[in-house]
Design a protein around this ligand. Structure first.
Ligand code: NAP
Length: 398
């Protein structure tokens, strides 16, 4: 505690969830410290707006928020930070969080995602800290277990990511049982937001649509469209993390929306908003297909609702809209299509997007007719000019 305020330490604070969690805890009156790893280029874009505290307080105990350098692969840094900060609550959100990339980088994924939590828990035990510990576990741990999945479902992961997360999950339970640490798992199903990493499929789709509408690109290249996922909103899911640590005893909880959709449905939902057909814009490439893919995730979060009184409000359709609106805003501002610095509603950007989509559809139709006319002109030379002339006239007259 600092001046009667709880101290939270967040590993992975620069990520999607870390940034929302930091904002949420600050709004609850916490003192927040975050761990970032050294990078050659800034990896703190999502939390730069919290730098306001730096000018005023620097890295002093009085500051509500500051960052420290550390790495989940570096036990020394983890121990030093824990000893210095003496947190009341530790949130381990740090991870190599991309399932597909875990097939390409299996060793570092295991190192960060499995040994990372081990290093933190060992340090908490050795230093005899009285803090609570939250482990960011994942629905990928269920792997090929059929849906719906809850806390009692057998875990059969099929990616290095899922296997590493399962090790972190069991370590968390083991340190709870063996050493009495208040250690909890949040088993979170997929959750997205405008801050989602650019190479995750939802963000890739919404960002590419924004790019297509403002004229930056023509196509999206994707892999498997059949994977079914339970997609929630990150900003709400970080609140569940906090609720998990406020429960009177340490436990594990599934956090999900209880709705599942394929990637194809995400595409349909997103393109339909603008009256466009996704098939006109999507190409499939085997490059984006994974060696093994979890077929279907659908979370049953009844325990969280019953025990923590936590329930997601933002469902699939709302999520698609809010992500699209955020990407449209950014791209339209970059292109000077929407005004900078003005606070407009999501509907404003979506409506502007619809106008752009109409123009795009018009251009596409013109191009198609032009193409057809060209081929007919060619055919005219070979076949009866009268018949072709008739078709040409029909096309010209709409
Ligand atoms: N989002 C989901 O759908 C979902 C679902 C279930 C579980 N999870 C888990 O929840 C956590 C948060 O997810 P997210 O969506 O916020 O992921 P994210 O945006 O990828 O954030 C992960 C964070 O971990 C940091 N990190 C990576 N390796 C590190 C290392 N060796 N040392 C210290 N920090 C490291 C990253 O830093 P850099 O910026 O430097 O890379 C980043 O700040 C992750 O553990 C993820 O696996 C996510």
């Amino acid at each position: 505690m600092i001046n009667g305020k709880k101290v939270a330490l967040i590993f992975g604070i620069g990520g999607q969830d870390g940034s929302y969690l930091a904002e949420f805890l600050l709004s609850k009156g916490y003192v927040v410290r975050g761990v970032v790893r050294r990078a050659s280029f800034p990896n703190t874009k999502r939390i730069d707006h919290l730098d306001i505290y730096d000018d005023k307080y620097g890295k002093t105990p009085a500051s509500p928020f500051y960052l420290l350098y550390g790495d989940l692969a570096d036990s020394t840094s983890i121990r030093n930070i824990l000893e210095e900060i003496l947190p009341d609550e530790v949130y381990n959100l740090g991870a190599q969080s991309h399932v597909g990339i875990s097939f390409q980088n299996p060793e570092s994924t295991m190192n960060f995602n499995a040994l990372g939590p081990l290093r933190i828990l060992e340090a908490i035990k050795d230093l005899k800290l009285k803090c609570k510990y939250y482990q960011a576990s994942s629905s990928e741990m269920f792997g090929i277990s059929p849906p719906p999945q809850n806390e009692d479902t057998t875990m059969l992961p099929i990616s290095p990511y899922g296997i590493a997360k399962l090790a972190g999950y069991h370590l968390t339970r083991m340190y709870r049982k063996a050493y009495g640490i208040f250690a909890c798992n949040g088993i979170l199903f997929n959750h997205e937001s405008p801050r989602r990493g650019l190479n995750f499929v939802t963000k890739k789709i919404t960002r590419s649509i924004a790019d297509i509408l403002v004229g930056n690109r023509e196509k999206i290249v994707l892999g498997n469209l059949d994977a079914k996922r339970d997609w929630g909103f990150s900003k709400e899911y970080v609140q569940a993390m906090w609720h998990i640590l406020q429960h009177d005893k340490p436990d594990d909880f599934v956090v999900a929306t209880k709705e599942t959709h394929t990637v194809r449905e995400f595409l349909e939902e997103a393109f339909n908003i603008f009256g466009l057909n996704w098939k006109d814009f999507v190409e499939i490439s085997d490059n984006y297909k994974r060696p093994a893919e979890v077929p279907a995730l659908l979370g049953d979060a009844s325990k969280a609702l019953k025990t923590l009184n936590w329930e997601p409000k933002t469902k699939f359709k709302d999520l698609v809209r809010l992500m699209l609106a955020a990407d449209l805003k950014e791209k339209m501002q970059e292109k000077g299509i929407a005004p900078m610095g003005e606070d407009k509603s999501d509907e404003y950007y979506l409506d502007l997007g619809k106008e752009l989509a109409q123009k795009l559809a018009g251009q596409k139709k013109e191009k198609k007719v032009e193409g057809l006319l060209e081929s007919l002109e060619g055919l005219k030379k070979e076949f009866s000019a009268g018949v072709i002339e008739g078709i040409v006239n029909q096309l010209k007259n709409g």
